[in-house]
Design a protein around this ligand. Structure first.
Ligand SMILES: [Zn+2]
Length: 179
């Protein structure tokens, strides 16, 4: 998947599931890290190792687990972070969401290609739900549809936090009366 696709689907998913803008921003930064870390670790030989060691879920899952455990399994909040009394928990939670972004990156890559499962040097699981464009950085039609669906569902989940069924019914009744 392209960087754009990773950033959009990961950020929207985390915003939709947690309702926290801070968590979403952290996952946005982590969402392309498995690809960019390949340049850090392998430099020019990056293509040989693409989607292998850096796309193995185990190290990212362990790092996320450690951070969330130290945070006490909270969702970070900007107000608490600025308040400062329990800020260390929010800092750990922010790091946790960075690594959660890395895990989501691997999951998204598995939709359109293959990633390692038990052996980090072998890409052996993937669904091939859509094809990638041949041009680097360009989203294929399949990827655009996938991203639109995941962003749409996530934003719907986010909206549902603020609109309950009761308030929706009251809105419909008022609309009906005003016609
Ligand atoms: Zn990738």
């Amino acid at each position: 998947m392209t960087g754009k696709g990773h950033r959009l689907s990961t950020t929207a998913f985390v915003l939709g599931t947690t309702g926290s803008v801070l968590a979403a921003v952290m996952s946005y930064m982590g969402s392309t890290f498995p690809d960019s870390s390949e340049y850090m670790f392998f430099g020019k030989r990056r293509n040989r190792y693409h989607r292998r060691y850096t796309h193995w879920f185990v190290p990212w899952a362990l790092l996320a687990y450690v951070c969330f455990k130290r945070a006490g399994w909270i969702v970070p909040n900007l107000a608490n972070l600025i308040d400062g009394r329990e800020a260390h928990r929010d800092v750990w939670a922010c790091a946790g969401f960075w690594f959660a972004g890395c895990l989501l990156h691997i999951l998204e890559d598995a939709w359109c290609g293959t990633v390692p499962f038990l052996r980090p040097w072998k890409r052996d699981v993937g669904l091939h739900v859509f094809h990638m464009s041949n041009k680097i950085g360009v989203m294929s039609r399949g990827e655009i549809n996938f991203v639109l669906c995941s962003v749409g569902i996530s934003l719907f989940a986010f909206m549902m936090r603020y609109f309950t069924l009761d308030s929706f019914m009251a809105f419909c009744v008022n609309l009906w009366r005003s016609i």
